[in-house]
Design a protein around this ligand. Structure first.
Ligand SMILES: Cc1cc2nc3c(=O)[nH]c(=O)nc-3n(C[C@H](O)[C@H](O)[C@H](O)COP(=O)(O)OP(=O)(O)OC[C@H]3O[C@@H](n4cnc5c(N)ncnc54)[C@H](O)[C@@H]3O)c2cc1C
Ligand code: SF4
Ligand code: SF4
Length: 395
């Protein structure tokens, strides 16, 4: 779609200039002109007294829309084992496919045929599996090339992927190659019953509103979903489906993976799978405070999380960050120490079963969502907790 000005109709009144929230309208030779800043918000359309501003659809838009069918999920694997988010995507993918009266397929690069069978047991009607060495380990260039080729060939109407470091790295490349839209970090996905479009819902403006986003003019409709946001589908040991072997021989890559270096840490950073998380914020004051949290996490067998403030200070690596621009977690117990409870942090941990907040400010917003709140100095409370837990466990 494009927004255009009919220069013959434009009287040069400049009324439209103010209406554009993106400063995308300029005057040239006393006529309005739409620049490349245009975000297609359509706010200017109703403003022009001469009816000079209009929208046009690209011919290719119309051609693409309506083509293709089926819901695809990209099934992520790490070291040959399918990541949990893939089963969650199959859960929501199947629901969407049922509403559209179509099938759900998974795309798996790397891993074995046994893993592909697992996807069928979790609900996939079909698995496109590429076992070629080129895609056995993640590399965004060949992954983007192969997934784009498959989508162009089979034309699914919806493609979903995890909003994980891997998904975030290569799915935008796929959307750009296919010249289609992509909504990142969706928290809910629905089907618009009338137009059969995918309604992609996600927090916007710092979590203050929930935006419903459509991609009505191009296909496929693409979205990423954070791990642990959707429920897994139903596992059926006797589930039946088809595995289609695909080759990556036409895919070119200018890069290759030489070595995968894992971050070394004696405390697990696998926050998304953790049952207990001890998280620290600016209130920890630095390494000394985090050392106390480290000891508490060790005693509990917990993972260590952090607010962005603590990460920005350089007290702990980014891989531990919880929140809007970090990880979304849902442990059984989340212990927030010296974290105020900003909305950007809360969106990443509010689905935890039990939230324990330790903060010296009784007015801190974290107490609004805490199951148990302890008002006090973490430098006194955390060592006390660690001691009690060690005593109880006899360690
Ligand atoms: C676009 C955007 C994305 C963002 N993404 C994220 C994100 O993913 N994750 C995230 O966490 N933030 C994110 N933020 C930042 C967020 O807005 C907050 O600034 C941040 O979460 C604050 O971190 P904090 O709670 O550790 O620090 P503060 O807000 O400074 O709070 C520190 C708390 O510690 C308490 N305290 C101090 N000393 C002690 C003590 N001795 N004992 C007990 N309590 C004590 C204080 O009372 C205070 O409540 C984002 C912001 C933006 C704009
Ligand atoms: S459609 Fe929106 S962004 Fe584009 S020119 Fe009009 S008001 Fe500006
Ligand atoms: S409001 Fe209409 S007539 Fe006035 S400058 Fe804009 S396009 Fe031209």
């Amino acid at each position: 779609m494009f927004i255009k000005v009919n220069r013959d109709k434009c009287s040069g009144c400049e009324s439209c200039i103010q209406s554009c929230p993106f400063d995308a309208i300029v005057m040239q030779d006393d006529k309005a002109e739409i620049t490349e800043n245009c975000q297609l918000c359509r706010a200017c359309l109703s403003v022009c007294p001469e009816g000079a501003i209009y929208e046009i659809e690209e011919a290719s838009d119309k051609k693409e829309k309506g083509q293709g069918s089926g819901v695809w999920i990209y099934a992520e694997q790490r070291e040959g084992v399918i990541a949990g988010v893939s089963f969650e995507l199959l859960g929501i993918g199947k629901k969407l496919a049922d509403k559209l009266g179509t099938e759900v397929s998974a795309v798996l690069f790397g891993a074995t045929e046994e893993e592909a069978q697992e996807l069928i047991k979790w609900g996939a009607d079909r698995v496109y599996h590429c076992a070629d060495a080129l895609v056995s380990a993640f590399n965004d260039e060949p992954y983007a090339g192969l997934l784009s080729d498959l989508i162009e060939r089979y034309k699914p109407e919806i493609v979903l992927a995890g909003a994980t470091p891997i998904g975030r790295s290569f799915i935008p490349r796929v959307a750009a190659r296919l010249k289609t839209g992509l909504t990142a970090d969706c928290t809910s996905l629905e089907i618009d019953e009338a137009a059969k479009n995918l309604i992609q819902i996600r927090p916007a403006f710092g979590g203050n509103i929930m935006a419903a986003i459509l991609c009505p003019h191009t296909r496929p409709q693409m979205a990423t979903v954070r791990p642990r946001v959707m429920k897994r589908g139903v596992y059926d040991e006797s589930g039946l489906g088809e595995i289609i072997a695909v080759k990556a021989d036409k895919v070119r890559s200018r890069t290759k993976v030489l070595e995968i270096v894992k971050e070394v840490s004696d405390i697990s950073v696998n926050l998304q799978e953790a049952n207990i998380i001890v998280a620290g914020g600016r209130g920890t004051g630095g390494e000394k405070g985090f050392k106390l949290l480290h000891e508490l996490a060790g005693a509990l067998g917990a993972s260590l999380g952090a607010s962005r403030a603590a990460v920005d200070e350089g007290w702990i690596p980014y891989s531990h960050q919880v929140g809007q621009t970090g990880k979304t977690v849902g442990p059984k117990i989340y212990i927030a120490c010296g974290i105020s409870g900003a909305v950007q942090h809360i969106v990443g941990m509010q689905s935890s079963d039990i939230i324990i907040a330790i903060n010296k400010n009784p007015e801190a917003p974290i107490f609004n969502i805490a199951t148990y709140g302890i008002v006090g100095d973490l430098f006194e409370i955390v060592p006390m907790l660690t001691r009690k837990i060690k005593e109880a466990k006899g360690i």
